[in-house]
Design a protein. Structure first.
Ligand code: ZN
Length: 278
């Protein structure tokens, strides 16, 4: 039976957007608690008066608007970051679903794969938040990304590729090697600069990127990260917003490179091979 693609039915887009808003609220908390080494148990509370927040203080976007960005109990202002991240997550969920559904490499009715891609988006958003706010990429998120990546490789090779188990273990071994290869240049920078040029979180992320994407796409993701990171760094230097010594977080650009390559591997490999003529 042919399953109708969910897009472009508007109410589904809206539903996914709302799910994204609530996920955004959760990812906000996840990024803070993982970075500060807190557990995920316990209720959300106001950072100023420590009053436990009730359900109607925690509705994405809506609560922020109704309370005009202030705590109901002590009137301390909440950061505008929180509703913005909720909105961002809603939009990214819709965009990710769209990209996944329209990717050349993925059959449109592979809903499990589309869901894995939503998982990628969620994990990458937490990494992005943690790196911006605390200059940390939580290990829990690296592991979550790794598990999602392995699930994708297994699904793609067994369900879509139809290969046997012995071949699958070979494939996994190859992907581990890809991870090590893509990680190698960053590890080198890390060792040469004794950790001043790059955090070890970035090195670990490069391994997961190589494992998920494969060899050439993995290196292209690094390349995209370096180019965009270089451009942004250059602009910051020129506008004197950053001094030469300002450490530019490299993680967000790696994350951007990974996200781009997950959905546009074909297009980018074609584009790059045209430029460099291979
Ligand atoms: Zn308060």
């Amino acid at each position: 039976m042919f399953i109708e693609p969910i897009f472009p039915i508007p109410y589904s887009i809206f539903l996914l957007f709302v799910v994204g808003l609530f996920f955004g609220s959760f990812l906000n908390v996840l990024a803070d608690r993982l970075s500060m080494g807190k557990t995920m148990g316990g209720r959300s509370m106001c950072d100023s008066c420590m009053h436990v927040l009730s359900w109607n203080d925690l509705i994405p976007i809506v609560s922020f608007l109704i309370l005009r960005g202030k705590c109901r109990y002590c009137k301390a202002p909440f950061s505008i970051q929180y509703p913005l991240v909720e909105l961002f997550t809603g939009v990214i969920f819709v965009i990710t679903w769209y990209f996944s559904l329209h990717s050349i490499l993925i059959p449109p009715d592979s809903y499990l794969l589309h869901s894995i891609h939503l998982g990628f988006a969620a994990v990458l958003i937490v990494m992005l938040l943690a790196d911006f706010r605390y200059q940390i990429i939580p290990d829990e998120m690296q592991i979550a990304l790794l598990i999602l990546g392995v699930s994708k490789i297994l699904y793609t090779s067994i369900v879509i590729g139809g290969v046997g188990l012995s071949v699958v273990s070979q494939t996994m071994g190859m992907h581990a090697l890809y991870g090590l290869s893509v990680m190698a240049p960053l590890l080198l920078v890390f060792l040469i600069t004794k950790g001043r040029g790059m955090g070890f979180g970035d090195v670990k992320l490069a391994f997961v990127m190589g494992l998920i994407l494969g060899l050439l796409p993995g290196f292209l993701a690094l390349y995209i990260g370096f180019v965009i990171g270089g451009i942004v760094g250059g602009i910051l230097l020129l506008t004197k917003k950053g001094k030469r010594k300002t450490k530019i977080a490299f993680g967000p650009f790696l994350i951007l490179g990974l996200y781009t390559m997950i959905f546009f591997e074909n297009e980018i490999v074609l584009f790059v091979s045209k430029i460099y003529g291979f």
